[in-house]
Design a protein around this ligand. Structure first.
Ligand SMILES: Nc1ncnc2c1ncn2[C@@H]1O[C@H](COP(=O)(O)OP(=O)(O)OP(=O)(O)O)[C@@H](O)[C@H]1O
Ligand SMILES: O=P(O)(O)OC[C@H]1O[C@H](OP(=O)(O)OP(=O)(O)O)[C@H](O)[C@@H]1O
Ligand SMILES: O=C(O)c1cccnc1
Ligand SMILES: [Mg+2]
Length: 547
């Protein structure tokens, strides 16, 4: 990929391969280049290396993760090459004694000899099982590390967060992503919209995400819109009175007066003017924010008045948004009022009005609202969703597993950080009821893992923990996604990946998915892989001396 501006001539934030222009080879850490030079100096750069990209712990104290970011990784790998300007910049950056021939090497680098094996994007994934395995010349696959990590980490984190909100609200409620203004910068906001949709949200307020990714765009209005009005004179003076305006202006006074049961004190005429004007602008999509002054004393009766007028004029109003106060209580009062009006004024459209709630909602708030009982139809969620406030990073790592056919292991005092050496295959084993029982890693040269066979699944590190599994179904998790310089699988659409995420989640037992203290899902290794790992561990661990 050459030097790309962030936007092209059409204002599109894309390169020729439909990728955000910020994703380029220099979006990486300096140490990748220093290592590349040292590999090159010691003639190791072309050795065939295998790297695994995986995470060690599920986020949000949960027991599952949604894998996201693969398409962007593949496009990055496909486009990978340093431009003249990149190389010029690196020449200035590296020490003066760096051999000139190295920069020539960099300027000709490509990924034609790289192979990528990956789990499908959108799948539920678990710790330690590589999401991606990269094979190729050591220097090249090393140079890809940071960019791949940045593409997978946040994408998977926020998609998982979105999936958790989806689990919390249930399949029937609407989920709207409102996070752009609170996201970690413009690029973070754009990624958030894409991957929240993938994780199970229904729509975004982010226009650019709608344009670039085809995500449904939805929105209401803000408090500023309401408080910008002075009073009903704004409607009378400024709106050109056509038949609808006449109808509305006549009806609202009458209706507001008639709704005294709902409003035991004065409704705001400022708000009423704002709602009438909104009704005039969007008679078919009339959805109002009703908490600018008082939901019960003003917003609700004003909304009802204008809605009744709209219905009178042949339109169907949509509903309200609540953005403060006790969302459970207010949603119940609002719903009861709608039902009462539907009944007393014989306006069945009121039964179908939707209630959207927003205001700093997090996963716990949703569980608490469910527990209290509420009448919210859709949730608008920003800050907690896109910033992943509960856990702001996933912690994917990229570790060397093999060089020139020789397995590599990284030891650590912390057993969780010991790497799994060599090339590994991975399978998901399903039980008779269709639920996933365990993920199993095995060596490529082992007997095939077949359904109906009795398979010994071992905990990777704890010798006593093992189980025999006779799977009803065996799902091999890796496909070869990239070889000979080409992406060699059809890349699914965003909607297909979104569906896959829900499908994959439906095979995970509820106790693994529950919000509080979920049961850990088992990730295991085959007997041969267990022995291989532990032999290599012993071989590499220094023997201490006691004096
Ligand atoms: N019934 C409820 N149960 C639990 N949490 C709720 C409930 N209703 C609202 N919340 C949450 O309580 C918090 C209320 O926050 P805060 O007190 O800042 O807002 P507010 O005073 O209602 O509104 P604002 O300050 O925007 O006018 C929000 O995070 C909201 O999501
Ligand atoms: O609350 P979040 O989950 O982040 O959702 C996005 C928020 O953005 C808007 O608020 P606005 O920017 O008007 O600020 P506010 O907090 O004062 O309502 C909207 O009213 C939501 O409350
Ligand atoms: O459309 C909305 O209601 C909206 C959009 C962004 C942030 N908060 C609300
Ligand atoms: Mg708000």
């Amino acid at each position: 990929m050459s030097d790309t501006n962030l936007t092209n001539g059409n204002g599109k934030l894309e390169t020729s391969d439909d990728q955000n222009g910020v994703i380029q080879p220099l979006l990486s850490d300096y140490y990748q280049i220093t290592m590349a030079y040292a590999y090159w100096k010691s003639r190791k750069h072309a050795e065939r290396a295998v790297f695994d990209l995986y995470f060690r712990k599920n986020p949000f104290q949960g027991e599952f993760t949604i894998f996201a970011g693969l398409e962007e990784c593949l496009k990055f790998i496909h486009n990978f090459s340093y431009s003249e300007k990149d190389v010029e910049y690196l020449r200035k950056l590296l020490p003066v004694h760096t051999e000139s021939e190295f920069f020539n090497y960099l300027s000709h680098l490509n990924t034609n000899e790289v192979e990528v094996y990956a789990i499908d994007e959108g799948m539920v994934v678990f710790p330690k099982v590589p999401l991606l395995r990269l094979e190729g010349p050591l220097a090249v696959v090393q140079l890809l590390e940071t960019t791949l990590l940045t593409l997978v980490n946040y994408a998977s984190l926020v998609a998982t967060n979105a999936a958790r909100f989806r689990l919390a609200v249930g399949p029937k409620k609407g989920l709207l992503e409102f996070g752009l203004r609170r996201a970690q910068g413009p690029d973070g906001g754009l990624s958030a919209s894409r991957y929240c949709y993938m994780g199970g949200f229904d729509a975004t307020s982010n226009l650019l995400a709608g344009k670039l990714f085809g995500i449904p765009v939805k929105g209401t209005h803000a408090h500023a819109y309401v408080s910008s009005f002075n009073g009903l004179e704004d409607v009378r003076d400024k709106v050109c009175f056509d038949w609808l305006a006449d109808l509305l202006s006549g009806l609202v006074d009458w209706l507001v007066a008639g709704l005294v049961e709902l409003a035991d004190c004065e409704t705001s005429k400022v708000e009423l003017a704002a709602f009438i004007s909104y009704g005039l602008a969007f008679p078919d999509d009339f959805l109002c924010l009703i908490d600018t002054y008082s939901v019960i004393k003003s917003g609700l009766p004003n909304f009802c008045a204008v809605s009744l007028a709209l219905i009178e004029a042949g339109y169907v109003p949509l509903g309200v948004r609540l953005d403060s106060g006790d969302l459970a209580y207010l949603s119940v009062i609002v719903r009861q009022s709608f039902m009462k009006i539907a009944d007393e004024y014989n306006r069945p459209a009121f039964e179908k009005l939707t209630i959207v709630a927003s205001n700093d909602i997090n996963e716990e708030t949703v569980h608490s609202l469910n527990h209290q009982g509420h009448c919210i139809d859709s949730f608008g969620i920003g800050t907690h969703l896109v910033t992943c406030q509960k856990q702001p990073a996933l912690g994917c790592v990229y570790k060397l597993a093999e060089v020139n056919g020789k397995p590599r292991i990284k030891l650590s005092e912390d057993v969780e950080k010991v790497t799994m050496p060599g090339k590994k295959l991975a399978y998901r084993l399903y039980g008779v009821d269709g639920h996933a029982l365990v993920d199993l890693m095995a060596q490529p040269n082992e007997e095939p893992i077949l359904e109906g066979g009795k398979i010994l699944c071992r905990h990777p590190f704890q010798e006593s923990k093992r189980a025999h599994v006779t799977p009803k179904r065996v799902e091999p998790l890796y496909k070869c996604y990239y070889k000979d310089g080409k992406i060699n699988q059809r890349l699914p659409t965003l909607n297909e990946i979104r569906q896959r995420a829900q499908e994959s989640l439906s095979h995970i037992r509820m106790d693994h998915k529950r919000a509080l203290n979920p049961t850990p899902y088992k990730v295991s290794v085959s007997g041969p892989l267990y022995n291989f790992m532990h032999d290599l561990w012993l071989e590499n661990a220094p023997i201490g001396q006691l004096y």
